[in-house]
Design a protein around this ligand. Sequence first.
Ligand SMILES: Cc1cc2nc3c(=O)[nH]c(=O)nc-3n(C[C@H](O)[C@H](O)[C@H](O)COP(=O)(O)OP(=O)(O)OC[C@H]3O[C@@H](n4cnc5c(N)ncnc54)[C@H](O)[C@@H]3O)c2cc1C
Length: 392
Amino acid sequence: MELRLTDEQKMVQQTIRRFVEKELMPLENDVLRNEREGKPGLPPGKLKELQLKAKEAGFWGINTPEEYGGADLGQMMMALVYMEVSKTFVPFAFGGSADNILYYANEEQKQKYLLPTINGDKKSCFAMTEPGAGSDTQNIKMTAVKDGNEWVLNGEKTFITGGNEADFVMVIAITDKERHRATRGREGVTCFIADRDMGWKSEYIHTMGEWGPAGLVFDNVRVPEENILGELHKGYNLGLEWIGFARWIVGARAVGAAERVMQMSIDYAKERETFGKPIAERQAIQWMIADSAVEIEAARWLVLNAAYTLDKGEDNRHLASIAKLYGANMGNRVIDRALQIHGGMGYTRELPLERWYREARLWRIYDGTDEIQKLIISRNLIKGHVKLGQYI
Ligand SMILES: Cc1cc2nc3c(=O)[nH]c(=O)nc-3n(C[C@H](O)[C@H](O)[C@H](O)COP(=O)(O)OP(=O)(O)OC[C@H]3O[C@@H](n4cnc5c(N)ncnc54)[C@H](O)[C@@H]3O)c2cc1C
């Protein structure tokens, strides 16, 4: 067993670190100012410019197969990349990627949706959640009824990331009510690719974060038969695959952000004096720093193990739930301590800590809430699907 990065992994980590420090961190003040004026953090065109700079450094389609022009870095590299990029709150995402489930597209759909998405000419979103069905995904109500060569979609989706900007949505709807009931939601639902100009409407949802997802309304939206993604009646598994993909990455994001705010806290504690001494010399502050360091290291290993397991071609779902649950909560605790160490300044909008504090709260909710991760982890153990210490 080798518990150190390879030379190649170190090189990728260093390259991304330099990119973040040189290209992204200098934009932080602008991002804060823009957001406070109610504008997007990065002006239109700036994201594209940054993506092209990253491309020059070899980072384009970091999880996209090489046959589609991507770098296909693998999961360990992705974990390292996300940990580095998350050290800044600048809303950057690498170009050249598409949702994991869009690769189930047939040849025609690949030309029409997958390739334009990878190239950045089209934007997608994925819609499973409904006002009455979040954690309980099997309780969705949206229906699709066949009419000639088309399916007619009716219903509502909510909290859809990217739903305000997307050109098309991959949306899950019930296509066979009987089968849906008999299989308790596992079958009888289908994933459709629906273009915005087929008639669905989106509405911005304001959140405590700096961006908002969308509510989507489908009122007799007609989708052609050829826009079924994957198999008819088998869309539920696609939904689970989409949700599962990002799960451990939430943990990676939390590690990156926590490292940054902790370093800010250490620097501040050495400078800030009270009662004649820097607060770094007070045990109360030292303990917050120590607790944060321990938790960050623990989360880092959990995330890397989830990524490594997937690279090995093994089922990482149990580890992904553990990495997500622990990482998300660790991130919230560390950011809370960082804010505390900064005192009144931490609470102001002079510093980005309050912004991170608000953003981090989402980590415990989307891609499966804390409670749902606990349910999965305990069920796996109680039913004997996994054993303690199995993944070593
Ligand atoms: C900003 C944002 C972006 C999102 N992006 C997307 C997206 O792109 N696409 C998409 O489809 N969805 C998206 N979601 C939806 C997200 O996945 C759901 O919000 C999440 O799964 C929780 O569902 P819910 O909000 O309906 O909460 P509920 O399921 O109603 O849960 C409410 C509370 O009850 C708890 N709970 C529920 N069931 C149980 C149980 N069996 N045992 C114990 N506790 C339980 C939950 O943990 C939670 O604390 C997004 C959400 C947000 C906030």
